[in-house]
Design a protein around this ligand. Structure first.
Ligand code: DAL
Ligand code: ZN
Length: 270
């Protein structure tokens, strides 16, 4: 079992390739209607703003419906796995460098889509309120950069191990600019206070564990306790309610039923 460092992963980062817009395709709406947690301050929060919106206190963070997954950025739900690549020219149009934000990173060049930053900042603030500092170790990776990552994995650990824990170029969620590797990028992350906090609360900010334990046959990758993908708080709630809390199942469903969902504006809980 390998332990990889952020510096190793991010070494020799190369320039991004040609940029291509990845925003909206067509509208799609889904709805979630249950509320997973409450607190005494929930009622006032609900009155003043949509309940799934930011709260600085994770104890009062609520994801509540009816809410719309208006997929103005369908890319937030794009299925990217070993069978569904993005291709070489896919580059998010709204990348930002985290060094411009109050977010701890392990090196100076961690980028994410601007679209995810409000929830990232909310999550960072909520963790801090609980005495936990979140650390982002890897975000967006270009096709070219991921190619180098995969090659280094093969050279270091062999092809079999590399295929289990690194995506080939064009097949990585990191190319979406909405996936984050937190902390140490190693197996001990889930045992750290940060890893435990993220495991308990990230979904409330729309971040979903992409490669859970025991699901390698489903996701194609071994457990990565540090790798989360932003799928919106509403998407994370749907995942928990209807998809056994497995991101792959949710994204496959949306992928397989996209045409029907768009046509019928189907509300899974309606
Ligand atoms: N480690 C994940 C699978 C990636 O390389 O995208
Ligand atoms: Zn990752």
């Amino acid at each position: 079992m390998s332990t990889r460092t952020a510096s190793g992963l991010e070494a020799n980062r190369e320039a991004h390739g040609e940029r291509q817009r990845c925003d909206a395709a067509s509208p799609m709406v889904a709805r979630a209607s249950s509320r997973p947690s409450t607190s005494s301050s929930t009622a006032s929060m609900r009155r003043s703003r949509p309940a799934y919106r930011l709260s600085g206190n994770p104890a009062t963070r609520v994801v509540k419906g009816p809410v719309a997954i208006t997929v103005e950025g369908l890319s937030l739900f794009l299925l990217v796995d070993k069978q569904h690549p993005l291709g070489a020219s896919y580059v998010p149009f709204d990348l930002v460098n985290l060094k411009s934000y109050p977010v701890k990173t392990t090196w100076p060049h961690v980028e994410l889509r601007k679209a995810v930053m409000p929830e990232v900042l909310a999550m960072v603030r909520a963790a801090r309120a609980d005495g936990v500092t979140l650390t982002s170790s890897s975000g967006y990776r270009s096709y070219k950069y991921q190619k180098g990552v995969f090659q280094r994995e093969v050279e270091t650990y062999g092809r079999e191990t590399a295929e289990r824990e690194s995506a080939r170029a064009g097949y990585s969620q990191h190319q979406l600019g909405t996936a984050v590797d937190f902390g140490s990028i190693s197996d001990d992350y889930e045992r750290t206070s940060e890893g435990r906090w993220v495991a308990a609360h990230a979904w409330q900010y729309g971040f979903s564990l992409s490669y859970p334990a025991e699901y390698e046959q489903v996701t194609g990758y071994r457990h990565e306790s540090w790798h989360y993908r932003y799928i919106t708080p509403e998407g994370a709630l749907l995942q928990r309610q209807y998809f056994r809390d497995v991101q792959q199942y949710l994204l496959e469903f949306l992928h397989d039923n996209r045409d029907g969902l768009v046509r019928a504006r189907l509300r899974p809980n309606g």
